[in-house]
Design a protein around this ligand. Structure first.
Ligand code: AHR
Length: 491
């Protein structure tokens, strides 16, 4: 049976902020050390210690934002350990993630990485084991233009000019690894930190720690109900897991596809809570899903949270992006965990070898959505019944999202979630005659297909041809477990 995909250019969800396609790199496993930082003396080609091939691959997908230094690591990180001559920086135990941190990659190296990537920095401050004084000094060190002890040290360390750091998170998961706070205690800490930080970084945007449990968010926002001006974003995290990276049953395959709704539930729950506090003011508090992705069972701490990253994960990510775009009005950013070698990474390295994971190609193919206006795209067609812990849900096999750019180009992305069957879809856009269409498709030989460093790619996008449009619609055959992106430009 053929599906119909109907795009309604008059019904919009909102503008897709580029930050919806953001990233996260933590001092964990081989994400930073080896993934980004190899050091100046490494045989792996590098530019002042920063690895060339991974940066070049990331640059191609124009990363809008890079969150750092954690994660749980953030609440044990003392930023002054990571500045000054590298051979004098202290080596510290990596409290949460085993091994030690050499501090070779610190503030300067991170901000230089952001500059090379063209990404907005997003620094997570230490609340759990730090102080407002320490946080204030870091903000001053990075962003203050005047002549102070800290800005002199910044200059001595090679950067006389201030950086522009827009996003600051006040702690990470402070209900857990960030200090095991009670919600109201954390909220009071947040207010104390931001009351000082705002003076030093008046244009900074501050991110409060939320939770995927409503009670925490309610208590935190209630405690700050007279100070909502201190909150620009609320952070939530959501990971899902079914089977192992490359070992999963057909049932686990479909359950993972359904798990996009677990992310959506957290977004809906948080936005409902936020709106109950902001509805009578003009205040906008964005939802920052600043950690998300598939966390497979095999990604354990002793393995540096590394896991296989297959086409299945990429199709999950593509459907998640479709859902994110439907919530463009409330979502201010998302940051997949994590950029390189950890969890649902975009790049995997092995020595000097590099692989672009299937998820990397989702970011690549969906680039045209960034900054465009998300439109309603209805899908009507075959669906699959999925039962999870006794709860049944119906999942359409095809899933679509559409955006319109300022220059009149429309982008329609379509996921075929079926692991083994092609699907036919009839694409319609009210009022469009489809003058110029091009299409690219990401697929592979099976949902378990993945790319290995140094080996030929088994999952990569390719240009595909489209049938000529007739009467404002065209029919396309979507391969199993695939993402197809159509670009429709004006005549
Ligand atoms: O991304 C790995 C870890 O998951 C992060 O450090 C933490 O914030 C979350 O629990």
């Amino acid at each position: 049976m053929r599906s119909s995909i109907t795009v309604r250019p008059d019904s919009v969800y909102g503008v897709v902020r580029p930050e919806l396609y953001g990233h996260f790199a933590e001092h964990l496993g081989r994400c930073i050390c080896e993934g980004i930082w190899v050091g100046e003396t490494s045989a792996i080609p590098n530019d002042r210690g920063i690895r060339c091939d991974t940066i070049e691959a990331l640059r191609r997908i124009k990363p809008p934002i890079l969150r750092w230094p954690g994660g749980c690591f953030a609440d044990v990180y003392h930023w002054e350990d990571g500045i000054g001559p590298r051979d004098q920086r202290p080596r510290r135990p990596n409290h949460w993630w085993e091994g030690q941190d050499t501090n070779a990659f610190g503030t300067h190296e991170y901000l230089e990485t952001c500059e090379r990537l063209g990404a907005e920095p997003f620094i997570c401050l230490n609340v759990g084991s730090g102080t407002p004084r320490e946080a204030l000094n870091w903000v001053e060190y990075c962003t203050y233009a005047g002549d102070t002890e800290y800005t002199r040290r910044r200059a001595q360390n090679g950067h006389p000019l201030p950086w522009n750091v827009r996003y600051w998170a006040v702690g990470n998961e402070n209900w857990g690894c960030g200090g095991k706070f009670q919600a109201r205690d954390y909220a009071r800490e947040y207010r104390r930190f931001v009351s000082f930080l705002k003076q030093t970084a008046p244009r900074g945007e501050f991110v409060i720690c939320g939770f995927d449990q409503q009670k925490w968010n309610l208590d935190v926002l209630d405690e700050l109900r007279d100070d909502l001006g201190y909150i620009d974003h609320i952070s939530i995290h959501k990971y899902v897991s079914r089977g192992t990276g490359s070992g999963f049953t057909p049932e686990e395959y479909w359950l993972l596809m359904k798990d996009v709704s677990a992310l959506e539930d957290v977004i809906l729950m948080t936005s409902g809570t936020v709106q109950s506090f902001t509805q009578y003011s003009k205040r906008f508090i964005g939802i920052a899903l600043d950690e998300w992705g598939v966390w497979h069972r095999d990604a354990t701490v002793d393995r540096g949270l590394s896991q296989s990253n297959t086409l299945r994960d990429a199709i999950f990510a593509a459907s998640a992006f479709h859902m994110f775009q439907r919530h463009a009005r409330v979502l201010s950013m998302t940051n997949i965990a994590q950029t390189i070698n950890v969890l649902q990474c975009l790049l995997a390295t092995d020595g000097d070898k590099l692989a672009r994971t299937p998820t990397y190609y989702v970011y690549d193919l969906l680039q045209p959505h960034k900054g465009a206006t998300a439109l309603v795209a209805d899908v009507d067609g075959p669906s699959v019944e999925v039962t999870d812990a006794g709860q049944r849900s119906t999942l359409p096999v095809l899933d679509a999202s559409a955006t319109a750019s300022h220059d009149g180009t429309m982008t329609i992305s379509v996921v075929n979630r079926h692991p083994s069957e092609t699907q036919e879809g009839c694409v319609k856009v009210a009022g469009s005659a489809f003058p110029n269409i091009s299409a690219r498709c990401l697929g592979g030989t099976s949902p378990a297909a993945e790319n290995q460093p140094g080996a030929p790619e088994s999952v990569a996008p390719a240009a595909v041809s489209t049938a000529p449009a007739k009467n404002g619609e065209f029919v396309h055959t979507f391969p199993p477990c695939s993402l197809t992106v159509f670009r429709i430009s004006p005549a």
